[in-house]
Design a protein around this ligand. Structure first.
Ligand code: GCU
Length: 360
């Protein structure tokens, strides 16, 4: 029998039975996750500036069969030790006064990348913002690189790791994007695949501005429970051996001993309540452990219920390959095939979001 730390009990063992109590419990959970897993995340900068670098000549920026403009942006802010800026791209549907936005933390710098079907996203009426994650800080242990070098480190096991930094940058971008008159700030999704799905979950857990959170194949330290891993599933020992710099130093303590963690990944997902949570897996992606990803969705449902929302309506599961359960506030699907953020995933995510967009 696997024991999972309880969501709806305070650290002192007393019950959490209403949303007011939950907001206090939320703080406890956020503290545990930062101290033990991802590291402490600095406060967002008060001012974030943005510049549109292209767009003067409409012919330069028209794309997607002429249905969109592709804008190059630069996002800037003052970090603790000095100024920081990074580039990003924004596909803006033409002729829409206000478009819902999907903000994607992406793996590759390529514009028109294999991880996002830009034209299809535009045809569904969404704007698409894309941040190439290594423009924020490199995916390695260099804690002097980019954003990483601009915050003091305490070296006490609780300094933030790279997942937290990529997520933080997405939140900074949001501070600018939400000021753009053609962006519908009430209908923004934060999305990421795999390690960037982990980063997206964390960022959204700390920031109430994302109505939708998309975790695609995020697996270990993302949507998947760490305890009770299924055969082939990545463990805390695996991930902290190869990618220790994604986390705070304390996380290493739990390599090979997940049962000692004062949290599990349902803690992370729970912080997204009462927002819409979209979790996608691939049947051939055993490393990310689809069954554990789905089980976490089930486990957090009581938190959504506190808010009078359905949470996950997936029954006892597991979801079949190419099946989905998306009648509730939490949507889950399992596509056939390998670890990837593909067109089928995008279609499922957009279909779900379209049902829940606030339209004027
Ligand atoms: C590795 C890592 C995973 C991660 C994946 C990715 O496989 O072990 O945890 O999700 O890379 O980001 O593609």
């Amino acid at each position: 029998m696997v024991f999972y730390p309880e969501l709806l009990k305070f650290n002192d063992g007393s019950d959490v039975g209403c949303t007011k109590c939950w907001s206090r419990r939320r703080e406890e959970i956020l503290e545990i996750l930062q101290r033990e897993e991802y590291g402490y995340v600095p406060k967002l900068p008060e001012t974030v500036r943005g510049e549109i670098l292209s767009g003067q000549d409409p012919e330069d920026v028209r794309c997607c069969s002429g249905h969109a403009e592709l804008l190059r942006l630069r996002i800037s802010f003052d970090a603790e030790k000095g100024p920081f800026s990074f580039p990003m791209h924004l596909f803006r549907p033409e002729g829409k006064e206000k478009a819902p936005l999907i903000l994607l933390l992406n793996f590759r710098p390529d514009v028109y990348d294999k991880y996002y079907p830009a034209e299809e996203i535009i045809d569904h009426g969404f704007a698409l913002g894309v941040i190439y994650y290594e423009d924020v800080t490199k995916d390695n242990g260099d804690m002097a690189d980019g954003l990483a070098g601009l915050y003091e480190r305490r070296n006490d096991g609780t300094d933030w790791g790279k997942l937290a930094m990529w997520g933080f940058a997405a939140r900074c971008a949001m501070s600018y994007l939400e000021t753009l008159p053609f962006i519908d700030r009430e209908n923004v999704a934060l999305a990421g695949h795999s390690r960037l799905g982990k980063a997206a979950l964390l960022a959204s857990a700390m920031d109430g501005r994302f109505k939708f959170t998309i975790s695609n194949d995020s697996g270990c330290c993302g949507a998947a429970y760490e305890r009770g891993k299924h055969p082939g599933g990545e463990t805390v020992a695996d991930i902290t051996r190869v990618f220790p710099f994604w986390f705070c130093g304390n996380m290493k303590k739990y390599a090979g001993r997940p049962e000692e963690m004062p949290f599990d990944q349902h803690f992370l997902l729970s912080l997204i309540a009462p927002g819409y949570l979209l979790v996608g897996s691939a049947s051939g992606d055993l490393w990310a452990d689809p069954v554990s990803e789905e089980d976490s969705c089930r486990a957090v449902t009581p938190v959504w219920k506190l808010y009078g929302k359905e949470g996950y309506l997936g029954g006892d599961g597991p979801c079949e390959t190419n099946g989905s359960f998306d009648a509730g506030t939490i949507a889950y699907h399992k596509r056939d095939g390998i670890h990837f953020l593909g067109r089928q995933d995008w279609l499922r995510y957009m279909d779900f979001m379209e049902k829940h967009l606030d339209r004027p």
